[in-house]
Design a protein around this ligand. Structure first.
Ligand SMILES: Cc1cc2nc3c(=O)[nH]c(=O)nc-3n(C[C@H](O)[C@H](O)[C@H](O)COP(=O)(O)OP(=O)(O)OC[C@H]3O[C@@H](n4cnc5c(N)ncnc54)[C@H](O)[C@@H]3O)c2cc1C
Length: 609
């Protein structure tokens, strides 16, 4: 195969055209009129990322124009839901700007449902508003496409490039075109990563040909972390993986059912198990049990305990609330807008939600920084409200000079969701423009040798396959290479069994984690012998690489935090209680690619609200 190398120079390079990336493109153009802004995306920005299929609600909107909520209220809510640990400066910064973002979405054509009695946006819950969101992503992507100087679709970014002279400074990224195999070298003064969190790090409940049916889309492959970790960027709260209580088998969202339609969940005997389990929860986590609304992880915990006690299935009583045609439509549309598979499950399993309840269950864990958990990079905060030790120059810049992030990439601030991730992209874009302007002519230099090495590394799986396939005498199992699916299944199994997946009821301990890390080490060795038969498999290989790096960060952070801070997300059986005296802190890691060592530390949690 003939392969070309293409060089693309820019002032600001945005990696990933999801909600964070689109916000970054839009805002960098606003402040940097003459700058060259390049957006690179492994799929197509019009239908990529977590919102590809659409959404039925925007989960982060204050409603300040009507005095519904203030940013301070949002900080209190987020802090409570995360059991006390959030970067309040970052959460506040998003909250104070997010309404303006939502108003832009409406201006760009997103249909937001109105409350006919008040004329305001129809609230699903205190923070959520309902939308007709099937086309949410293309509407938002259009603004980004018009803002960027160039958009490169179908380029899988595999590695970030570092400056030749200054080891802690970013210089760009490399990747390949998944359709024609061209190698791309993007040289940039600043890089904003918005490459999204990760599914399929843990073994999913769905198996065989159904394994792609997960809550978080299978194409979300943790590149936000897999790209950053090798640069030595400081990561935080990577143990804070998310488990979702969702409709069984289809992963349909529960928000509209609980909040808007006022449905309720019980065990098989019709008992309200959350209330019944309150004393046990209180004994585990103390006063955190009293937080209203009850933190997401604790609600999961009640459900998990109930299922373990043999009191399942857990039922959402949809049949009690669909008493009008309008409500029935809302129920179906909620799924058809964002999780069509759940409507298909209803049809396929003869479930009429007006007649029968539907089963709920907890999902496998995922790693992300913008939903009800906050894994990601340790970032500099806004200069007007971040405490001194939370800022080192530019808003949303990681600990690597010139490397910014948004959405799932940035850690410590949960509950951004779609609008908040876009808002964070805007904040990062604005700061990156300032960084580029301040830098003036002092552009980073890309090392020829580093680039050549990376090119060889990126395409090595194709070469491994080309040579190794000749050793196969029958079938597909090769003596000298593994393929990406085999690697993925090994990763999922070991994360599930050793790092607290669903088959272990999310329980782990120090010996399990240490064994898991040993097995991860072996998987990393075998990754060197990855074989890819075509460009599609080459993309799978590098996605797996990003997942493995992320998985290791999750395991190491889980080992480091010796407490059970978020029962319902995971349990350290050897430290079963929440321990505020020792662990009211953020966990942080820095990976040293030269020595393959991880350095773990604690970082302070400052309460500013
Ligand atoms: C199942 C689910 C349901 C949700 N429901 C809601 C909801 O109802 N309401 C709400 O407001 N929010 C919801 N969210 C949250 C919202 O979708 C996310 O907060 C938001 O999309 C995060 O933005 P992001 O830019 O970090 O990631 P994404 O939007 O996922 O974007 C990441 C982008 O990076 C690209 N990419 C990844 N890796 C690479 C690479 N190596 N090279 C190049 N490009 C790459 C991807 O293709 C993608 O376009 C939901 C999220 C999930 C997962």
């Amino acid at each position: 195969m003939s392969r070309r190398t293409r060089f693309v120079d820019s002032d600001i390079l945005i990696v990933g055209g999801g909600f964070g990336g689109c916000g970054a493109a839009y805002e960098s153009r606003y402040w940097g009129r003459d700058l060259k802004i390049v957006l690179v995306e492994k799929a197509n920005v019009d239908r990529s990322g977590a919102v590809a299929q659409g959404l039925s609600a925007i989960n982060c909107y204050m409603g300040m124009q009507w005095g519904e909520n203030q940013p301070e209220d949002f900080v209190r809510y987020t802090r409570g839901d995360l059991m006390g640990l959030v970067r309040e400066d970052l959460v506040y910064d998003i909250a104070r700007h997010v309404d303006a973002t939502v108003h832009k979405f409406e201006e760009w054509g997103l249909p937001i449902i109105k409350n006919p009695e008040t004329g305001r946006y129809l609230r699903e819950g205190k923070w959520q508003i309902m939308i007709h969101g099937e086309s949410y992503k293309p509407i938002v992507a259009e603004a980004a496409r018009k803002s960027a100087t160039e958009v490169y679709n179908r380029i899988m970014v595999t590695h970030l490039l570092m400056d030749k002279a200054r080891p802690n400074r970013i210089a760009g990224a490399v990747g390949f075109n998944v359709r024609n195999g061209d190698f791309y070298v993007f040289r940039a003064k600043a890089v904003i990563v918005g490459a999204g969190g990760g599914s399929h790090i843990y073994r999913p409940r769905s198996v065989g040909e159904g394994m792609g049916r997960t809550w978080y889309a299978p194409w979300s492959t943790a590149s936000a972390y897999g790209l950053l970790i090798p640069t030595g960027a400081k990561m935080t709260q990577m143990e804070n993986r998310i488990v979702l209580a969702r409709f069984k088998d289809g992963y349909g969202p529960v928000g509209a059912w609980f909040l808007l339609l006022k449905s309720h969940a019980t065990n098989a005997a019709g008992e309200m198990y959350e209330a019944d389990r309150f004393p046990e929860i209180k004994a585990r986590v103390g006063n955190y049990a009293d937080i209203q609304p009850m933190p997401t992880c604790l609600r999961n915990h009640a459900m998990i305990e109930e299922i373990k006690a043999g009191k399942g299935p857990i039922y959402m009583h949809t049949q009690h609330v669909l008493d009008t045609k309008e409500k029935e439509e809302i129920g179906w549309e909620d799924f058809l807008d964002m999780t069509i598979g759940q409507a298909v499950v209803w049809a396929a399993q003869n479930i009429d939600p007006k007649e029968t309840p539907s089963e709920l269950i907890t999902s496998e864990p995922y790693v992300m920084g913008s939903h009800a958990t906050c894994s990601g990079a340790w970032a500099s905060g806004p200069e007007d409200c971040a405490p001194a030790d939370y800022q080192w120059g530019y808003n949303r810049m990681t600990t690597v000079q010139g490397l910014f992030g948004a959405g799932d990439t940035i850690g410590g601030s949960a509950h951004k969701f779609s609008a908040g991730s876009f808002t964070e992209g805007r904040l990062a874009g604005k700061a990156a423009v300032r960084y580029v302007m301040d830098m003036k002519a002092d552009a980073p230099q890309v090392d020829e040798a580093q680039m050549k090495n990376l090119e060889e590394t990126v395409f090595k799986p194709l070469e491994n396959y080309r040579v190794g396939r000749n050793e196969i005498v029958a079938g597909t199992v090769a003596p000298s290479y593994i393929n990406p699916l085999q690697g993925l299944q090994r990763l999922e199994q070991l994360m599930d069994e050793y790092v607290g997946g669903y088959s272990m009821f999310y329980v782990t301990n120090e010996p399990l984690l240490n064994r898991g890390l040993e097995l991860l080490g072996m998987l990393k060795e075998d990754f060197e012998h990855m074989g890819a038969e075509d460009l599609h498999q080459l993309q799978r290989a590098w996605e797996l690489h990003h997942r493995i790096l992320t998985a290791e960060a999750v395991a190491r952070h889980t080992l480091f935090r010796r407490e059970t801070r978020w029962p319902g997300y995971y349990y350290r059986a050897d430290h079963p209680k929440l321990d505020d005296a020792e662990w009211h802190v953020f966990t942080a890691s820095q990976y040293d690619a030269k020595t393959d060592e991880w350095h773990m530390t604690k970082l302070p949690v400052h309460h500013i609200i």
